[in-house]
Design a protein around this ligand. Structure first.
Ligand code: ADP
Ligand code: MG
Ligand code: ZN
Length: 618
């Protein structure tokens, strides 16, 4: 902080100095320097002065008398001006002359005028400058703080904000990254190269210029990059894409230049640009102002990536969860020529991630990680880490020394479905409706052979807004789903509402999320997976945002859209009717299990299946 204030004072003194010098130079420019001071005094004593005046700023103006040249012509008198250094001195110098004038000895002087010198003190005359400087400095500090660089970086504004990984900090190693075996394998090869460039060079093998890690948020992209840094043992410069983005044109580009210069100083180094989509968004896509700056930054990045020789041991790693917005030029061979997809973990991966994080907490021996992994289908690495942490927190809250299976199961729901709301009370009627609704889902799911079995059903409200919650478990992970499985899923989504209709003959708002999901699925089946007779294998939607929610845009004619909407409705209606039929056929079980849930609030998959498979009492 002290040195910052010193820098500011230094700058201020410099600026004031410059202004003083400049203003005194300017004053002298005003003066006509053709005549020396002594020559002007001579003019007076030679009686060549017709009139003179001195204004309040000490500027002397002298007009001489007309003169006759040798050939008899009369030329006009000249005017000279000069800034007097001291009025007193001047008056002293012409004292005899003025005395002579008073005594009538001087003939040619007609009038003269001497104004009072302006009574501005030295300080006062500089006051406006000082005010301007102070305002400028204040404004400057304000901008610096605003742009997030702090005062310490006044001199480093155009420097990159890359952080060197510190060797003494706890290093992340590949063993800290669970699952993700293919990803680690590819990165390990690069680490090998950076450690032993000669081995590869001898063979003539070329390492890629850059590698792009792409995948949904929380899948461990940043973690993988840190592991590369930890393993490689070379300088690792990490920077976030948004660090390049400033409000000033040219700053981003100069930061990129600086980043590469720093990296090139070491014999081998890694540059890691996290969230590269902040700078790498394809050009011409900017909304509103400020995209010129980004384009400039991107162009600089492209130029730098072309301008280095990867055999020297500089390697660029980047991560993004929006690869589709990146400029095509970035993905061209010679830049990020290798892309590594980092996907959500599968069942085995989830189990391993849970175990890695569980090492940091105390857990009971009875905890079954495979069960937890199964129940946390679709969770990312970050969510799994969160689940483990929540379980530990719960154990502490309840005064236990170890986290138990129950802690983990509850924390899955906390992380995935929001906190349990103990103080939010449903009326009994509402609770009954929710119980039937949830059992509706579960029963439809269970009765369709290919649908996933139910893991847990609860009617304890969550902060996420869901009143009840049926946890579905996929038996193992599978990436290919048949048309029937998808249709069954839609039927399951409609099962909740179907139960409400069947039992209460009225419907509630509780099904909004089900409706959304069913619609999404039905739409995707028809428009993207080619699962309808009407459209065969024609895509009518393009996914524009693969990893963040999967937004899609329609790419078909207006008539087709109308037809598509109709087909979606037909599909959902068909499945809804199917769900109603399943529930009607099993209405005894629906009552039985719903009552059980109503009383117990939470039932497990096993309890559910047990009641379902019991012979009804005769
Ligand atoms: P991303 O950069 O892909 O959004 P991060 O690398 O920031 O995700 O991951 C966030 C956190 O999630 C990590 O700090 C780590 O605790 C956890 N995590 C994610 N993936 C894994 C994994 N494969 N193994 C262990 N922990 C993981
Ligand atoms: Mg990240
Ligand atoms: Zn529902």
């Amino acid at each position: 902080m002290r040195s910052n204030i010193k820098t500011i004072i230094l700058y201020a003194v410099l600026i004031i100095g410059i202004i003083i010098v400049a203003s005194s130079v300017l004053r002298n420019i005003n003066a006509d320097t053709k005549l020396e001071y002594s020559e002007i005094i001579d003019l007076f004593y030679e009686d060549k002065v017709e009139k003179f005046e001195i204004n309040s700023r000490n500027i002397l103006t002298v007009k001489t008398i007309p003169e006759k040249t040798e050939d008899g012509q009369i030329i006009e008198g000249k005017t000279y001006t000069r800034t007097l250094r001291s009025l007193e001195l001047f008056l002293y110098d012409i004292k005899d002359y003025l005395d002579g004038h008073r005594e009538g000895k001087i003939q040619n002087l007609q009038t003269y005028d001497i104004a009072e010198p302006a009574k501005t003190s030295w300080l006062l005359s500089f006051l406006p400058y000082i005010i301007v400087i102070v305002v400028m400095i204040v404004f400057w500090i304000f901008i610096m703080n605003k742009s997030g660089s702090g005062m310490g970086n006044i001199a480093n504004f155009g420097k990159s904000r890359a952080r060197m990984a510190e060797p003494d900090k706890k290093r992340v190693l590949f063993s800290d990254v669970a699952g993700a075996d293919e990803e680690k394998e590819e990165l390990r090869e690069i680490v090998e190269f950076l450690k032993n460039p000669d081995k590869y060079r001898k063979l003539g093998a070329k390492i890629p210029h850059g590698v792009l890690l792409q995948g949904p948020p929380g899948t461990g992209k940043t973690l993988l990059a840190k592991a590369v840094a930890g393993e490689a043992g070379v300088p690792f410069l990490s920077i976030s894409g948004s660090d390049f983005v400033e409000m000033y044109v040219g700053v981003g580009a100069s930061r990129v230049r600086d980043l590469f210069e720093t990296a090139k100083k070491a014999p081998a180094s890694i540059i890691f640009i996290d969230e590269i989509d902040a700078v790498g968004r394809h050009r011409g896509a900017g909304l509103g102002g400020g995209h010129d700056e980004r384009e400039q930054t991107l162009n600089q990045l492209l130029a730098e990536m072309d301008g280095f020789d990867s055999s020297k041991g500089l390697f660029i790693l980047a991560a993004t969860n929006r690869p589709e917005v990146l400029d095509k030029a970035l993905l061209r061979p010679g830049r990020f020529d290798r892309r590594i997809p980092v996907e959500l973990p599968d069942l085995k991966g989830r189990e391993e991630i849970l175990k890695v994080h569980a090492k940091k907490i105390k857990i009971a021996d009875s905890v079954r990680f495979d069960e937890i992994a199964k129940a946390a289908a679709g969770a990312s690495g970050a969510e799994l880490a969160n689940i483990v942490n929540e379980a530990a927190l719960r154990a502490v809250r309840d005064g236990r020394k170890f986290a138990t299976q129950a802690d983990f199961e509850e924390s899955i729901e906390v992380v995935i479905a929001g906190y349990q709301k103990k103080n939010r009370v449903l009326s009994n009627k509402e609770k009954l409706i929710v119980a039937y609704h949830e059992i509706g889902h579960a029963l439809v799911a269970a009765k369709q052979t290919e649908s996933a079995p139910v893991h847990k059903i609860t009617i304890i409200p969550r902060t996420s807004g869901a009143l009840g919650y049926t946890m579905q478990v996929d038996d193992g992970d599978h990436y290919l789903m048949t048309k029937e499985e998808l249709a069954n899923k839609i039927a399951t989504f409609t099962g909740g509402r179907a139960a409400e209709e069947l039992i209460f003959h009225s419907i509630t708002t509780g099904a909004s999320n089900d409706i959304e999901q069913a619609t999404k699925l039905a739409r995707a089946m028809i428009s993207r997976y080619g699962m309808s007779e009407d459209f065969d294998m024609v895509a009518m939607e393009n996914v524009t945002n693969q990893y963040l929610g999967g937004d899609s845009s329609l790419s078909c004619s207006f008539e087709t859209q109308t037809l598509l909407d109709k087909k979606v409705v037909e599909l959902v209606r068909r499945e809804h009717e199917k769900a109603t039929k399943i529930l009607t056929d099993n209405i005894g079980k629906l009552h039985e299990i719903a009552k059980y849930l109503y009383e117990h609030e939470t039932i497990t998959g096993e309890e559910f299946m047990k009641i379902l498979n019991e012979k009804p009492d005769e």
